[in-house]
Design a binder for this molecule. Structure first.
Ligand SMILES: Cc1cc2nc3c(=O)[nH]c(=O)nc-3n(C[C@H](O)[C@H](O)[C@H](O)COP(=O)(O)O)c2cc1C
Length: 175
């Protein structure tokens, strides 16, 4: 698939079919995640791949932002111990940025493979940490829901009036 198509046409999917997500495809998504840019090549992330329906349901109950019934989840977490050791105080922000980039890679690759996805930040991180059995220094940052899409949403309007040329307030010719 052309990259431009994936960037422009990927949508947040909140309705999934019953079809399970094949294990080899999930592996492709995880590979896309670990190849995201990462500040100082610290790679402060951990990925939890979850397909067990009971596990998914447990996570749904602590995720008000999860408005769907996905067949798979990837929980993108940061390792705050590693982030602090390698980047000091700045590690918190940098590791969150790294996790966001990994999530975007996962979603673009999902679209490329015919899967739907949606990134979610509205969940209880402490409860999620407990569900996956992770220690305190592992911070759940984002959940990516995954499944075969059962909807084809329109593109939410994008404001294109956000671009300046060279300096604040200076628009492209004719704008
Ligand atoms: C940081 C972040 C957090 C988000 N959290 C949620 C969420 O909790 N629940 C949800 O349904 N969508 C969530 N979204 C998805 C956005 O609602 C969605 O990207 C936006 O409406 C634009 O739609 P599009 O992804 O189809 O372009 C989140 C997106 C981002 C980037």
């Amino acid at each position: 698939m052309e990259l431009k198509k994936a960037i422009l046409e990927r949508r947040s999917i909140r309705a999934f079919s019953e079809k399970p997500v094949e294990k080899n495809l999930l592996k492709e998504l995880l590979t896309a995640g670990i190849y995201a840019p990462t500040a100082g090549n610290i790679q402060p992330w951990l990925f939890f791949s979850i397909t067990d329906p009971d596990g998914i349901n447990k996570i749904r109950t602590i995720s008000p932002g999860m408005l769907s019934d996905p067949k798979a989840l990837i929980c993108v977490c940061s390792d705050q111990k590693k982030a602090f050791e390698r980047a000091g105080k700045g590690g918190k922000t940098l590791s969150l940025m790294d996790c966001a980039m990994a999530a975007q890679n996962i979603m673009l690759r999902a679209y490329d493979l015919g899967l739907g996805s949606c990134v979610i930040r509205s969940f209880n991180p402490n409860a999620l940490r407990e569900i996956v059995g992770a220690p305190d220094h592992i911070q759940p940052e984002l959940i990516v829901t995954i499944g075969y899409p059962a909807e084809n949403p329109d593109t939410p309007a994008r404001n294109t009036d956000v671009i300046y040329r060279e300096e604040y307030g200076k628009k492209e010719e004719g704008k």
